[in-house]
Design a protein around this ligand. Structure first.
Ligand SMILES: Nc1ncnc2c1ncn2[C@@H]1O[C@H](COP(=O)(O)OP(=O)(O)OP(=O)(O)O)[C@@H](O)[C@H]1O
Ligand SMILES: [Mg+2]
Length: 308
């Protein structure tokens, strides 16, 4: 199933954040042909009717069904896609399919393409910050962050310099020599984020990356992500249980429903040029979050567990 895109009407003068309306895409309208001589850039990620079942027979569980979407390679821009939906609707399954990680990968049917080619295995073009933010227990913070660079063959002094920069960016100065067992959940999460971002993957996959952080650090990490996204102009998929975070960070919000897991709406968000604190107080932002929460309740058939 292709999810309907939400569209925004042209802004009225003086109204930069008009109301969002849902509308189905017009079927059968072909994409415009590229101008003669222009290279065709493959889509960053494309899902074509991707279905994943775990198990077989009466015990089979459909994790996601017929999920289709496209994230285009927008030159000099990139895109940040946020994914929301009730627990068990297949959010992690989508990220891990893009990453090429078993057992979610390969799909049972359908096609998952990255840069125009079917996903076959994990690769350096994709980095996943996992929901469980697994760190290597025998390595300290600095070495955990530098580990991927080591695998890429970067000399020790250079990779430790890069890792130190990231220790600062995620606010862990003073903890460089600590081991994962000596860190709080939120600190471990920041190490996992730094260990992935230091590798500068073209596609960044983040599975509830800020869930264990206290509100102040969460805000800092959200701002950092926006800044990095602007610098690197890559593609980010971020799963969150916070509607507010989805709307603040997302260029588009993918809304999913469960049983079976499926993509039901794709909502375009006006990307705010304001600080999180400013935008969160604006009427457009609050209205958008409430509209999204309402949609979640509609597709869940019950009051949403998600909080604005
Ligand atoms: N390894 C597995 N074996 C069997 N079933 C699985 C496996 N991994 C996931 N599932 C099932 O697939 C469905 C989708 O799981 P997934 O982890 O993608 O959901 P999610 O939206 O990320 O949920 P949450 O918000 O709780 O993290 C769930 O019903 C889950 O029980
Ligand atoms: Mg999950």
């Amino acid at each position: 199933m292709t999810a309907p895109e939400a569209s925004r009407p042209a802004p009225a003068p003086g109204d930069p954040h008009p109301t969002v309306e849902l509308k189905s895409p017009e079927p059968g309208v072909p994409a415009p042909a590229p101008a003669p001589g222009m290279a065709v850039r493959p889509d960053v990620v494309a899902f074509r009717k991707v279905t994943k079942c775990f198990g077989e027979g009466p015990d089979a569980k459909v994790a996601i069904q017929d999920v289709s979407f496209v994230v285009e390679d927008a030159p000099d821009r990139g895109e940040l896609v946020t994914i929301v939906g009730p627990s068990g609707c297949g959010k992690s399954t989508i990220l891990r399919t893009i990453a090429g990680l078993k057992p979610h990968f390969p799909p049972t049917s359908g096609e998952a393409l990255v840069f125009g080619k079917p996903v076959e295995e994990p690769g350096p073009d994709r980095g996943l910050v996992d929901q469980k933010y697994s760190l290597l227990p025998h390595l300290n913070v600095l070495d955990n962050i530098a580990f991927g660079l080591r695998l890429r063959g970067m000399p020790r002094s250079e990779r430790l310099d890069r890792a130190r920069e990231w220790v600062k960016k995620v606010g862990l100065e003073g903890s460089e020599r600590k081991y994962p067992s000596e860190l709080s959940g939120g600190m471990q999460q920041r190490v996992a984020i730094a260990a992935t971002l230091v590798l500068q993957p073209r596609i960044l996959l983040m599975d509830e990356p800020f869930g264990a952080l206290d509100p102040g650090i969460r805000l800092r990490m959200q701002e950092l992500l926006i800044r990095l996204w602007n610098e690197q102009q890559g593609t980010v998929f971020l799963v969150t249980h916070s509607v507010e975070e989805a709307v603040y960070l997302g260029d588009r919000v993918f809304l999913m429903a469960a049983n079976p897991g499926r993509l039901v709406d794709v909502l375009k968000v006006p990307r705010p040029g304001e600080s999180p604190e400013e935008s969160r107080r604006k009427p457009w932002f609050v209205n958008f979050c409430q509209m999204l929460l309402q949609r979640l309740e509609d597709v869940s058939g019950a009051p949403s567990e998600l909080k604005v």
